[in-house]
Ligand binder design. Structure first.
Ligand code: MGD
Ligand code: MGD
Ligand code: SF4
Ligand code: MO
Length: 732
C-alpha cells in the first residue's frame, strides 16, 4: 500500500509552503485524509485537498469540505470569549447582529465566571443540575469526548445519553451480532448486488460511491430503498420509494420469499445463528407475504419477490455476493430499531458474509479498539460530590429536560446549567419549540463553546471560541473505513480559540480538581486512547499503531487476522459473534408495527414529513456560508410535495405553505415534483436564524419533530413526523 511521504505527515517545512496531513473531523463515515498546504511566511492555509495516498479518500473531497478555507477564514468566526450584555434577553439574533447582545471578555474572566457559577449551582441544587450537551461537531477521539467527559464525571454533572443519531441502529446491530463489524468500503467493488437501504450515499458517504461504480462496471446492480428520490436513488438501477417507517415489513417480506422458495443457506444458518426455527415460522406468516406487504410498504409484490430472489441468488448466479449498505435513515423512526434488526438478519439467512464484499454495513466503528475508559474516566464519578454515577439525561429529550425535568422529586433536580459544545442544539434537537422555551429561561446558566454564532449561541450567557480541525491536533478512527489517522495541527489557532481539551482542563483547575488526569496533554491523551484495554479481544488490531507511526505515516490500517486467502471475513463463521448465545441472534423475532406518527394512524395531520439533511451541509454545519448556500440553493426554504397532495389543498408550485402539527408551524415555498411520493412531504434541516422560515418565527424543521424515542436504543425519531400543509393566507 502506498504511503504518504514522511515530510507530508510531519508537516515539515520545505521552502515557501509546507503540506500537513490532517483528518476531516466532521460527522461523516468517510473520515477523509486531507492535505493542507500552509504558507510558511504568513502561517496561513492556502489549499486543502484529499490525500491521494489514502485508499478510501483517493485524493478527492466532498463539495462542502473542498471549500473549507471559506469556513476556517470566514469573517463570521467567533474568535474571542464573550458574555451576554447585562439586560439583554436570550433569543434569536439576526445574523451579523450578534454583537448587539454580546461583549468581549478575557479567557480568565470567562473561565472564572463559569467555574464560580457551576460551583454555586452545584452547591445549591446538586451537581446533577448541570447538564453537558455535546454531539459530533468533531469526531476526533479527543475533541469528541476526552477531557470534557473527565470534567463532567468529576463534577457529578448529569450524564448525557448521546442518542440523537445512531443509538437505535447501534443497539440493533449489537443485539444481532454483538459487535459492530462490517465490510470495508473497498470490498463493495466485489459485490454483485448492492442495496442502499435508507442510505443517501451520494450525499452523505460519497467515498463509498467509486467502489459501487466499480462494482457496477463489472455488472453489479444498485437498488436504493428510500422514500425520497435522492441523487443516489436517481442514479441507481432501481429505486424503491418505500413508505416511511415500513422497512421492517419489507425485510420480513424478503425473508418470507427467501424461506418460502428455499433460497436460504441452511449450512451457514445452522453453524452461525440462534433462533432460526422461530424466525422462519414468523417470516412465513401470511401478513409477510409480498401481496400483504405491498399494501403497507407501497412496493408492489412482484418487485418484492424479484428483490428477494436477486438478493438470495446473486452469489450463485454471478459468483459475487450481495451487500447491504444500511445507513441510519431507517432507524430515525419509532420502530427503527426493529427495522434495523430485521435488515441486519438478511445476510444471516443467505450466508453473504462468507464472501468478501458480502454482508451488511451499518458502521465499522466497532473495529477500533480505542481505550475510551482511560480517555473519559467514568470512575471519576465516584470522586464527585455525588459519590455515585450521576443520572442520565437522553439528549433526544432536551426540550423535556429543560422545561419539565425536576417537577417530580424522583427525577432529581431541574437543569440549572447547560454547557453546549460540539453541537448546535437549538437547531438539531427535536421538538425545537420546547428546546427554545427551555433555553430562554433566565434562571438557566448557559455556556456555548462554538466556532460560529449559531442558533444555540444566541441563548448563551458565556460564549467560548472553538477551533476548526486546522487549528488542533487529534487522532481519529472512522465509521466508514478501517484506517486510524492522526490529524496534525496545520495552522496556529485564530484569534483566541481554544480546543475542547484545553477548555476543560482549565476549568478543572479552576474547580480545584487535583487528579493528575486533568493535566494530561493532547499527546498524552492520544497515547492513552491508542492503548487498548488488555481484556479487549480486539486489542491486537491496534498492534504496532502508535502516535509516532501515525505522525510519520498519516493513516495506518487496522491489523486484522486474515484467513488462508488473505481475507478478513467478519461473521463468516461463529467465532466472530459477541452475542450471549455466541451466534447471530434471530430472536426475539422482529415484529413490524407501523409508527404512531405515520399514515397508518393519520388523523388531523395526514402527511408524513421527512426533515432531511442537505447534501452540501453537515447537519446544521456549513448552513451559514454563502458558498455552501449557493450549492444548496435548490433546497433553500422549500417544501417538496407530490401533485396528489398539492391539488386538493389548492397549492401550486411556488406558493407559500404553512406546515404544522400540534408541536409547531413553519412556512416554506411549495415545490411540486417527483422527489417524494403521495403522502410524503420533505424539507431540509437548516440554521433557524437564517430566516428560511417565511413566517418569521425563527424556527426550522425541528419545530415539527417530536421527542418520542425509538423502540430500542432511546434514539430520536425525526422521520416519524406527521404534519398538515395549508396554503398560507395571502399577505395583507
Ligand atoms: N452531506 C452530508 N453528509 C452527511 C450528513 C449531512 O448532514 N450532510 N450527516 C452525517 C451524519 S450525522 C450522519 S448520521 C450520516 C447519515 O447518513 P444517512 O444514514 O444516509 O442519513 P439520512 O440522510 O438521515 O438518511 C438516509 C436516507 O434515509 C431516507 N429515509 C428516511 N426515512 C426512511 C425510512 O423510513 N425508510 C427508508 N428506507 N429510508 C428512509 C432519507 O430520505 C435519506 O435519504 O451522514 C453523515 N453525512
Ligand atoms: N431534522 C433533523 N434533525 C437532525 C437530523 C436530521 O437529519 N434531521 N440529524 C440528526 C443527526 S444524525 C445528528 S448526528 C445531529 C447532529 O447534531 P450536531 O452534532 O449538533 O451537528 P451540527 O449541526 O453539525 O453542529 C455541530 C456544531 O459543533 C461545532 N464544532 C465543530 N468542531 C468543534 C470543536 O472542536 N469544538 C466545539 N466546541 N464545537 C465544535 C460546529 O461549529 C457546529 O456548530 O443532528 C440531528 N438532528
Ligand atoms: S465531510 Fe465526509 S466526505 Fe467530506 S471531506 Fe469530510 S470526511 Fe470527507
Ligand atoms: Mo448523525
Amino acid at each position: 500500500m502506498e504511503k504518504i511521504p514522511a515530510e507530508l505527515a510531519n508537516g515539515a517545512a520545505g521552502g515557501a509552503t509546507r503540506v500537513v496531513h490532517a483528518v476531516c473531523s466532521h460527522d461523516c463515515p468517510d473520515s477523509c485524509g486531507v492535505l493542507i498546504t500552509v504558507d510558511n511566511l504568513s502561517g496561513k492555509a492556502t489549499k486543502i485537498q484529499g490525500d491521494p495516498a489514502h485508499p478510501v479518500t483517493r485524493g478527492f473531497l466532498c463539495g462542502k469540505v473542498a471549500k473549507y478555507l471559506d469556513r476556517v477564514y470566514s469573517p463570521d468566526r467567533l474568535l474571542y470569549p464573550m458574555r451576554r450584555k447585562p439586560g439583554i434577553a436570550k433569543g434569536p439574533l439576526a445574523q451579523g447582529r450578534e454583537l448587539d447582545a454580546f461583549e468581549r471578555i478575557s479567557w480568565d474572566d470567562a473561565l472564572d465566571t463559569i467555574a464560580t457559577r457551576l460551583q454555586s449551582i452545584s452547591d445549591e441544587f446538586g451537581p446533577e443540575s448541570i447538564l453537558p450537551y455535546s454531539y459530533a461537531g468533531t469526531i476526533g477521539q479527543l475533541g469528541y469526548g476526552s477531557m470534557d467527559r473527565r470534567f463532567f464525571h468529576r463534577l457529578g454533572a448529569s450524564q448525557l445519553d448521546r442518542t440523537i443519531c445512531a443509538s437505535a441502529g447501534g443497539a440493533a446491530l449489537l443485539s444481532v451480532y454483538g459487535v459492530k463489524l462490517a465490510p470495508p468500503p473497498e470490498d463493495f467493488a466485489r459485490a454483485g448486488l448492492i442495496i442502499a437501504w435508507g442510505a443517501n450515499i451520494h450525499g452523505n458517504n460519497i467515498h463509498l460511491w467509486p467502489f459501487i461504480e466499480e462494482a457496477r462496471r463489472n455488472g453489479a446492480k444498485l437498488v436504493v430503498i428510500d422514500p425520497y428520490r435522492t441523487r443516489t436513488a436517481a442514479l441507481a438501477d432501481q429505486h424503491l420509494a418505500i413508505n416511511p417507517g415500513t422497512d421492517a415489513l419489507l425485510a420480513l417480506s424478503l425473508m418470507h420469499v427467501i424461506l418460502r422458495d428455499s433460497l436460504e443457506n441452511s449450512a451457514y444458518i445452522a453453524a452461525t445463528t440462534h433462533g432460526f426455527a422461530e424466525l422462519r415460522a414468523h417470516a412465513l406468516k401470511p401478513e409477510h407475504a409480498p401481496e400483504s406487504a405491498a399494501r403497507i410498504t407501497g412496493i408492489d409484490a412482484e418487485t418484492i419477490t424479484g428483490l428477494a430472489h436477486a438478493y438470495a441468488t446473486t452469489q450463485r448466479l454471478t459468483g459475487k455476493p450481495a451487500v447491504i449498505r444500511l445507513n441510519y435513515g431507517i432507524q430515525r423512526s419509532e420502530n427503527g430499531g426493529t427495522a434495523a434488526r430485521a435488515v441486519a438478519m438478511l445476510p444471516l439467512l443467505t450466508g453473504a458474509w462468507k464472501h468478501r464484499g458480502g454482508g451488511v454495513q451499518l458502521s465499522v466503528s466497532g473495529s477500533f479498539p480505542f481505550n475510551n475508559d482511560d480517555l473519559q474516566g467514568p470512575d471519576l464519578m465516584l470522586s464527585s460530590p455525588l459519590g455515585r454515577p450521576a443520572r442520565v439525561v437522553n439528549m433526544s429529550e432536551l426540550g423535556h429536560a429543560l422545561t419539565t425535568l425536576g417537577e417530580h422529586e424522583e427525577d432529581g433536580p431541574p437543569v440549572k446549567a447547560l454547557f453546549v459544545y460540539n453541537s448546535n442544539a437549538a437547531a438539531v434537537a427535536p421538538n425545537q419549540n420546547a428546546v427554545l422555551r427551555g433555553m430562554k429561561r433566565d434562571d438557566l446558566f448557559t455556556v456555548v463553546h462554538e466556532q460560529f454564532f449559531t442558533d444555540t449561541a444566541d441563548y448563551a450567557d458565556i460564549l467560548l471560541p472553538a477551533p476548526t480541525f486546522f487549528e488542533t491536533k487529534d487522532v481519529q478512527g472512522a465509521y466508514g473505513h478501517l484506517f486510524v489517522q492522526v490529524s496534525n495541527q496545520a495552522i496556529a489557532p485564530l484569534g483566541e480559540v481554544r480546543n475542547n481539551v484545553a477548555v476543560f482542563s482549565e476549568l478543572a483547575r479552576r474547580m480545584g480538581f487535583t487528579e493528575a488526569c486533568f493535566s494530561d496533554s493532547v499527546d498524552d491523551l492520544i497515547d492513552q486512547t491508542l492503548a487498548p484495554q488488555p481484556h479487549d479481544p480486539r486489542a491486537p488490531w491496534f498492534a504496532g499503531i502508535d502516535r509516532a507511526r501515525l505522525e510519520r505515516e498519516g493513516h495506518v490500517p487496522l491489523q486484522f487476522p486474515v484467513d488462508a486467502n488473505g481475507d478478513t471475513l467478519p461473521f463468516s463463521d461463529a467465532s466472530w459473534f459477541r452475542t450471549p448465545s455466541g451466534k447471530g441472534e434471530l430472536v426475539p423475532v422482529p415484529v413490524f408495527r407501523a409508527p404512531q406518527e405515520s399514515r397508518a394512524n393519520a388523523s388531523d395531520y395526514p402527511l408524513e414529513f421527512l426533515p432531511r439533511k442537505a447534501d452540501n451541509f453537515m447537519n446544521s454545519t456549513f448552513a451559514n456560508h454563502p458558498t455552501h448556500q449557493r450549492m444548496e440553493s435548490r433546497t433553500a426554504g422549500i417544501l417538496e410535495m407530490h401533485a396528489t397532495d398539492a391539488a386538493p389543498r389548492g397549492v401550486v408550485n411556488g406558493d407559500e405553505v404553512d406546515i404544522f402539527n400540534g408541536r409547531g408551524r413553519i412556512r416554506l415555498l411549495a415545490h411540486i415534483g417527483d422527489k417524494v411520493g403521495a403522502g410524503v412531504v420533505a424539507a431540509r434541516l437548516d440554521w433557524a436564524k437564517l430566516g428560511n422560515d417565511l413566517s418569521g418565527s425563527g424556527a426550522n424543521v425541528n419545530a415539527l419533530t417530536s421527542e418520542t424515542l425509538t423502540d430500542i436504543g432511546g434514539g430520536a425519531t425525526f422521520y416519524s413526523t406527521l404534519v398538515e400543509v395549508r396554503k398560507a393566507p395571502a399577505h395583507a
